[in-house]
Ligand binder design. Structure first.
Ligand code: WQD
Length: 338
């Protein structure tokens, strides 16, 4: 069965391609290489023994998208990762984000809706909740006004899919609202490859320990939490990748209850920034050089998932602990430095 993975050479995309190939799917990857390296194909092949079909393609070029689907009429489903995802950059360049994250989604859905049947998995984010009122966060927590154009593109993206599924009965879709993906494949062959200064916590931690960054700045130590630092739900990227395969199989086997479903994908466990640092120091056996500085604009105090729906309805549960995820991140950092 042939599955399209857009953004399939990116961090979460590449880990999902590995899990799809492990399940016997034939995978076609589209990536514009704006935030990924073609060498990732070798990493995927070294893990699964085969390389997915790869086409470098900018999904903003509508005619190219139509041409692609004419050449791959046997695609039965698509997992859509391709998007710009830097929260801060989206504030500076909103139109780039609306074009790249939403224009491409519309073109993909237009092509999929020409097929007899299509299963679609959308990469969404806990960002849609903003600062939720109640922890842990359930799927029916209200979607709040987005703090950034990036977060808004996830909210609008979900609405575009929901409205499409309502009128196109042969289009079945699931949005997966990720919490904080971290870590790397245990083989050490693929992982996160941030370009430039990492915006996210875990790659900044591992690069600091590797001597690439001078010191980690902890953004805020005066939040209303046990240790004063923000709380997030850090999920191992392999657990997250597996959730995509389970969600896709749910649609392919028509087990979905509605045409459009939403699931939180997290561990259900909240960890503070200082707890993540402590985990890193435990698994690496090194002391991390960090200092607590002012809060970062736009950060919510706390966000961690209620995973009941994913566990009970989707039949998926995260298996890795924070320490295992941090160890895999550190192993990966050391691999790429060697
Ligand atoms: C986590 C915590 C920071 C860096 C974002 C997006 C989300 C998704 C994941 C794309 C926060 C603190 C961070 C640093 C720090 N992205 N931190 N020093 O902001 O929860 O989520 O990335 O899909 O949509 O919103 O992740 O890793 O940036 O921050 O103290 O150098 O670490 O303040 O509390 P975030 P993050």
């Amino acid at each position: 069965m042939k599955i399209l993975v857009t953004g399939g050479l990116g961090f979460i995309g590449s880990h999902t391609v590995v899990e799809l190939q492990n399940e016997g799917f034939e995978v076609v990857v589209i990536d514009d290489l704006s935030n990924a390296d073609e060498k990732v194909l070798q990493g995927i092949e070294s893990i699964t023994g085969k390389s997915p079909i790869f086409e470098k393609l900018d999904l903003r070029e509508k005619s190219k998208v139509t041409d692609f689907f004419q050449r791959h009429q046997d695609i039965e489903g698509a997992i859509h990762f391709a998007a710009s995802k830097a929260v801060g950059e989206s504030v500076e360049k909103p139109l780039l984000y609306y074009e790249n994250n939403l224009g491409t989604l519309v073109y993909l859905l237009q092509e999929l809706s020409k097929k007899e049947a299509a299963s679609f998995i959308f990469s969404s984010s806990c960002t849609v909740y903003g600062q939720a009122d109640k922890m842990p966060i359930t799927e029916d927590a209200p979607v709040k006004h987005a703090e950034s154009p990036y977060g808004n593109t996830k909210q609008i993206g979900e609405e575009i899919i929901r409205d499409s599924c309502r009128v196109l009965p042969h289009l079945q879709a699931i949005s997966l609202r990720y919490f904080n993906p971290i870590g790397a494949h245990p083989s050490g062959k693929i992982g996160e490859l941030p370009i430039g200064i990492p915006q996210n916590l875990v790659p900044f931690i591992t690069q600091t320990a590797a001597g690439i960054r001078e010191q980690l700045s902890v953004f805020g130590g005066d939040y209303p939490t046990a240790d004063g630092t923000c709380i997030r739900d850090y999920i191992h990227v392999v657990d997250l990748a597996k959730a995509h395969v389970v969600a896709l199989q749910r649609l392919l086997e028509r087990k979905n209850k509605e045409n459009y479903e939403v699931f939180n994908v997290g561990t259900g466990q909240g960890s503070s920034v200082l707890e993540v640092i402590a985990s890193f120091e435990r698994v690496s056996g090194t002391k991390l050089n960090y200092k607590i500085v002012d809060r970062r604009a736009g950060d919510v105090v706390s966000a961690y998932a209620d995973t009941t729906k994913a566990n009970k309805v989707l039949g998926w549960k995260a298996e890795s602990s924070l320490d295992q995820a941090m160890k895999s991140a550190w192993d990966w950092e050391q691999n790429i430095r060697n």
